[in-house]
Design a protein around this ligand. Structure first.
Ligand SMILES: Cc1cc2nc3c(=O)[nH]c(=O)nc-3n(C[C@H](O)[C@H](O)[C@H](O)COP(=O)(O)OP(=O)(O)OC[C@H]3O[C@@H](n4cnc5c(N)ncnc54)[C@H](O)[C@@H]3O)c2cc1C
Length: 479
């Protein structure tokens, strides 16, 4: 297929875009582009190798859906590839420009259009920052429910586009569960609105194909979503275990009994890099949040079950601190601290977040530790989030230089992610695919990938909407 897009925009196209959004919302110079993209956070995908990356040729900041539609249509008609950009906090390289694409930043589409206290719903433009929305909802005794580490920087649109999971995902699941309706600008510039209702059996639920599509099918401009009642009570309890296996048994026992906390975090520290705890220290934090009686009953039952497996309780001061500081790492990383996966001196750092059948967790952990040992990689920590399925691990490697250590990590990660797939699991549970995992989409989905590609090709026949992400064969092409 012949590539048709150019790396610099034609003067007529520049003129058209400027006439749609105004000069103040259109940047083509390097300084302007960098300034706009760094305004909210120092955000750049931290995990992805940047070899194939090129700079954006322009940044456009629409303020309304009509403007967004006009910009997308103009770019599409001119055969120019574009990248939807929210807070830029994604970990998979979803907002990387791979071939001097145009960045469509949603930063100025950040209005909260409606909060309905009675219906417990809200309507927002997609560029709203999660933390700002949370504060606004709290004023109406509601909560957002989606509470990722990165909530002070990530947008609603980016979170929907990557189907994120936050700290309250134990009971609420991923953000998908709270989307009622979406307004989307399709690659052609056409605007569609899916019906924003609690339930409908009238045809295919179209909003679902945009949730988790990482900007490859269209630009999400507005969302109507479910909010949740501000909890009457929140209690956090914590336990120490002799080892991961005992903590894991406690998690399985809670699951079996049907005790579902708002948040569950089982964490085995394997090495003291950033954590003052002793290696081997395994901790479980549970958060119960809701009606007073409900919280008390769940906490009591959880205590009864866990006491059979735990070594000791974590003090209330420590559990309160754990909860209060849950967003701290993102503030460090995105708000100004170092956020490179390359930690310098030939060191690299990476993560995996796989979804596994509950009965595959032990064997997966074993494989993770064995492989790391064989290849001289350190497992910094590993654990479960929200229940017996979502398994995460942080890995660290040294080498003669960053490229060497990075390659070592990528080799092990690929092996482990494929292993998760063969065990009936999924290679990623909340950050999406981006460019980082695109080469594993075939083994993840088998024949189903063809249907996904057919959907992509129908909606985006020119392949201009966030090319190179999610779909292994998605490249701009002649049409
Ligand atoms: C320190 C740190 C902690 C994190 N913790 C969590 C966590 O706890 N849970 C979690 O789920 N994630 C977490 N993440 C990942 C990231 O914050 C989430 O994926 C977040 O939802 C991305 O939102 P964003 O607005 O920054 O999206 P971006 O990074 O801007 O974009 C992500 C993807 O969505 C697409 N996109 C963005 N906006 C739109 C739109 N309006 N329409 C269509 N497509 C769009 C982009 O093209 C890209 O493919 C963390 C990241 C960091 C750096």
């Amino acid at each position: 297929m012949t590539k048709v897009h150019s790396s610099s925009l034609a003067p007529e196209l520049e003129k058209e875009i400027r006439s749609i959004v105004g000069a103040k919302n259109f940047f083509i110079d390097k300084i302007g582009i960098t300034k706009v993209l760094n305004q909210r956070s120092r955000s750049r995908p931290i995990i992805v190798d940047e070899e194939n990356r090129s700079d954006f040729s322009a940044v456009v900041l629409p303020e309304t859906t009509a403007q967004a539609s006009g910009v997308v249509r103009a770019l599409y008609d001119s055969g120019v590839a574009m990248v939807p950009y929210g807070g830029g906090t994604g970990l998979m390289g979803g907002v990387l420009s791979l071939s001097a694409n145009v960045c469509v930043s949603m930063r100025k589409m950040n209005k909260i259009l409606d909060v309905d206290k009675v219906a417990k719903t809200f309507v927002v433009q997609s560029g709203v920052i999660l933390g700002d929305l949370e504060k606004e909802l709290n004023r109406s005794s509601l909560i957002l429910g989606h509470d990722p580490w990165s909530r002070s920087y990530a947008t609603i649109g980016g979170s929907i586009a990557s189907d994120g999971v936050g700290y309250l995902g134990g009971r609420l699941g991923s953000i998908r569960n709270q989307v009622l309706g979406l307004e989307v600008v399709l690659p052609s510039g056409e605007i569609i609105r899916t019906k924003a209702v609690e339930h409908s059996s009238a045809g295919i639920d179209l909003k679902q194909i945009f949730i988790g599509s990482e900007g490859t099918l269209g630009l999400i401009t507005e969302a109507t979503m479910r909010a949740y009642t501000y909890p009457e009570r929140t209690k956090i309890i914590g336990y120490r275990f002799e080892n991961f296996q005992k903590g894991h048994k406690a998690v399985l026992a809670l699951h079996e009994k049907g005790v579902c906390p708002s948040s569950l975090d089982l964490d085995e520290n394997r090495r003291n890099i950033t954590d003052p705890r002793e290696p081997g220290d395994t901790r479980l934090h549970l958060v119960f949040s809701g009606l007073r009686g409900e919280v008390d009953a769940l906490q009591k039952e959880a205590q009864r079950i866990i006491s059979r497996y735990a070594k000791s309780r974590i003090s209330k001061t420590d559990t309160d601190q754990y909860w209060a500081e849950r967003h701290k790492i993102a503030d460090m990383v995105l708000g100004g601290g170092s956020r490179r996966h390359r930690t310098g001196n030939g060191s690299s750092f990476d993560y995996l977040h796989v979804s596994l059948p509950a009965n595959a967790v032990s064997i997966f952990r074993k494989r993770c530790l064995e492989l790391a040992k064989t290849y001289g990689v350190e497992v910094v920590n590993l654990g479960l989030w929200h229940g017996p399925n979502m398994f995460s691990s942080a890995l660290h490697a040294d080498g003669a230089n960053c490229v060497e250590s990075r390659q070592k990590l990528m080799f092990i990660l690929d092996h482990l992610l494929k292993y998760a797939q063969t065990k009936g699991g999924s290679m990623e549970y909340c950050h999406g695919v981006g460019v980082k995992l695109v080469h594993l989409m075939g083994s993840e989905h088998g024949n189903s990938l063809k249907l996904m590609e057919a959907i992509k090709n129908t909606i985006d026949p020119k392949g201009l909407m966030n090319p190179g992400k999610v779909f292994p064969r998605s490249q701009p092409r002649e049409y």
